[in-house]
Design a protein around this ligand. Sequence first.
Ligand SMILES: [Zn+2]
Length: 379
Amino acid sequence: MGKPFTIGTAEAKAGSIQYGELQLFQHPTGHMEFLPVVIVQGAEDGPCLWLTAAIHGNEHSGPLVLHRLIDEALVAQLEGTIVAIPALSPAGLRTEKRVPYHDTKDPNRLWPDGKPEKAPDAERTPASVLERAYARLFEQITETADYLIDFHNAWPHSIPFAFLDRVLFRLGPKEAERRKEAEQLSNTMIEMLEAFGHTIIREYPVKHYFDSELHRSTSAAVLLLARKPAFTVELGTQLMPMPSILEAAVAGTRNVLRWAGMLPGSMEKIEGIQVVDPGFPVHRSRALRAVEPCIADVHVQSGDIIHAGDALADLRDIWGRPLEKPVLVAEHDGIVLSPAEGILFNAGETIIYTAIKDETPLVCPYPEDYFKPEEGKQN
Ligand SMILES: [Zn+2]
């Protein structure tokens, strides 16, 4: 028998799929914002995998992966529990916007980071209703989850891939113990991502990770604060889900369930998508930018392996004349995740999204000045 628990009005029941709502907050118009909740529990006990989607409302593949995955055939074989949230930002999804109209901040940068709540101060804007709602939801994830996968979309025509975040540990007392725990967690992350079977892209090294507030994403909060294996998946084009990418993501998720001992049978082959392995680890990069306004004629495609020195695009003015620096050249070995949309670029804009050779460790300390010694949870 599975463990009994509830998320909102959905109550886990062994051998069944349960549907419910988790109230997030009330709008000034009196309407309640709620999250749709699905709890799938097998007859046999086992781990609990959370699957979340559409925290960015313009990324539409995730809900379909959950819809395709969850059916009676899955329940019949499942050992353990899946908690699925097909829309983490319902208002964003309704309006197809990355940031919902009732907030000002990217919702995937609102999750807890282990810092204590600041004392109330009427002159300072408090945490938004969404941030507070996610903090409550995070408590429930921490209590029930063993693993989490959060589904996103990257860019038009990008290859699908999964992010491997670095596992951070806190400096100070018990540092050696903490480092050891982080190393074990990181090794489990690698196993879980290998089971998913997609191209693995490491997240930014620590400085840019914090600069981009990626430590406050859904999966990062679960990994870094709840200390449970969790990753983010990017499934290509945002508003045009590709059937082959959806199928591969469903198969990859079933493979994660098999790896976790939650489904029987051997691993499925991931087919219909490009899985790119350049032979060395890579981390995401946006550094291939226009240095002056230009029209870019890109010669590489998503999934291509590139080498330092390769000419990747011709850069011209609108008349078609080569710019003073007429070619965009790769500075590192790596892979093309996706050329950016369009042909027009202002100075400073990224022309090609890549992942480049990663030469920094997967387990790192938090930046020294991140926590005050007395602050936050001890991880
Ligand atoms: Zn996203």
